[in-house]
Design a protein around this ligand. Structure first.
Ligand SMILES: Cc1cc2nc3c(=O)[nH]c(=O)nc-3n(C[C@H](O)[C@H](O)[C@H](O)COP(=O)(O)OP(=O)(O)OC[C@H]3O[C@@H](n4cnc5c(N)ncnc54)[C@H](O)[C@@H]3O)c2cc1C
Length: 368
């Protein structure tokens, strides 16, 4: 089949890999000019480890494994350590594999069949499914007909908007925003990862390999901004931390101002009653974002990609049967991941000083 995959993140690359190795002709369109390789390290967990194995990429994932979270410490304003990050409490089992988002992206991209048609700097802007195929129009003006379209274009998916309706119908904001910025000057061998809280805010430095980046989280209701306007996003973050000169906050905000690859988004989930409509299906955050607090978005992307492609094979190319089975098999993983996000980030971003102190006191009693 001739299949369009919209989005070149983990879900899009894994879907293109799974479909391409099964003999489908895949076009992968990514809106950015290149693969987006920034972002904090992510986890491959649970059954997603076996799915990565079936994709043939598990040995490389294991080779690139890092152990960043275990070096996390909550610090006070003067930099002294108040408590350790409870890594065991936050993971499913000792089998979880932590890997840099950029490394997983490169591993999946390198495994793509040579037949994959990669298109950068473009985006779908109209989809017309006539029951026999999907006519796709792109922002660039290009137009093409595909047998199937897979939307793997993330939390703010355009495919979802075109096929299912506006984002506000499906988005559940969890009351937090996240931002990431590159910190080249902070890389160092000792790899300590300090996390500093004041009520409703987290600023931290995360180090792995020869990299360092700043991570921010802050509590806020849903904000109205253009998620493609980088300067507007930077200003929101700077305003959210305004007036705080303690710890390393000013230095981290300077890095934000200078970073062309700055990442900013709401911590939100996507809940849809179904992930397919006709010949169009959704995979990854586009269909069922669990939010970064779940630590399972990448695992859902891998399981979704594998199950969708495998069921297309099992159904002999009958997409109506395949998409139904995809939903039946993937839904339990999604429900589990979305339900794990119960405390709204209270561990990482306590809302009050009392809650920060209570957390630190509790963590000091955990023997590691
Ligand atoms: C730059 C970046 C940094 C991230 N950092 C973190 C992190 O630090 N921690 C964390 O837990 N999660 C992070 N995430 C989210 C995490 O990668 C996902 O939750 C998870 O891997 C599932 O991936 P996904 O492919 O479904 O979505 P995403 O990773 O969001 O990938 C979606 C891809 O689609 C592309 N895209 C968007 N719109 C269009 C369009 N209209 N047409 C074509 N392409 C489009 C995007 O550029 C992106 O490459 C990050 C995502 C991105 C894009």
């Amino acid at each position: 089949m001739n299949i369009l995959v919209s989005g070149g993140g983990i879900a899009g690359l894994a879907t293109a890999l799974e479909l391409g190795t099964r003999g489908h002709q895949v076009t992968l369109v990514e809106r950015a000019a290149h693969l987006r390789v920034n972002g904090a390290p992510i986890d491959v967990r649970g059954d997603a480890i076996a799915f990565a194995d079936r994709m043939g990429v598990l040995p490389r994932i294991r080779e690139q494994r890092i152990r960043m979270s275990e070096h996390g410490v909550f610090v006070r304003a003067d930099g002294s350590v108040a408590a350790r990050l409870p890594v065991a409490e936050m993971s499913d089992s000792g089998d979880d594999i932590e890997i840099a988002r950029e490394d997983l992206t490169h591993i999946l991209a390198a495994a793509l069949p040579t037949s994959t048609d990669m298109v950068f700097g473009d985006s779908v802007d109209a989809l017309a499914d006539d029951g026999k195929g999907v006519d796709v129009h792109f922002v660039s003006g290009r137009a093409e007909r595909f047998d199937l379209v897979v939307g793997a274009d993330g939390l703010h998916s355009v495919t979802r908007r075109l096929a299912f309706g506006p984002e506000r119908d499906y988005l559940r904001h969890l009351g937090l925003y996240v931002a990431l910025t590159d910190l080249p000057g902070e890389a160092r061998a000792d790899r300590t990862n300090p996390l500093y809280n004041y009520p409703g805010h987290l600023a931290s430095i995360a180090r792995y390999k020869d990299k360092a980046f700043g991570v921010f989280l802050f509590r806020s209701g849903l904000l109205d901004y253009d998620y493609r306007d980088l300067d507007a996003q930077k200003q929101i973050l700077v305003d959210a931390f305004a007036g705080h000169t303690e710890w390393k906050i000013p230095q981290l905000l300077d890095a934000v101002r200078a970073d062309p690859e700055f990442y900013f988004d709401s911590v939100s989930q996507i809940h849809l009653p179904t992930w397919h409509r006709g010949r169009i299906a959704l995979v990854g955050d586009a269909g069922y974002c669990a939010a970064l607090l779940s630590g399972r978005g990448t695992s859902l992307a891998l399981s979704g990609a594998h199950i969708l492609a495998a069921e297309l094979d099992n159904a002999g190319g009958d997409h109506t049967v395949a998409f139904e089975r995809y939903e039946q098999r993937q839904r339990p993983y999604v429900e589990f991941a979305q339900h794990t996000v119960t405390d709204g980030g209270e561990l990482i971003v306590p809302s009050t000083q009392e809650a920060i102190d209570a957390r630190n006191a509790r963590l000091q009693t955990i023997v590691t």
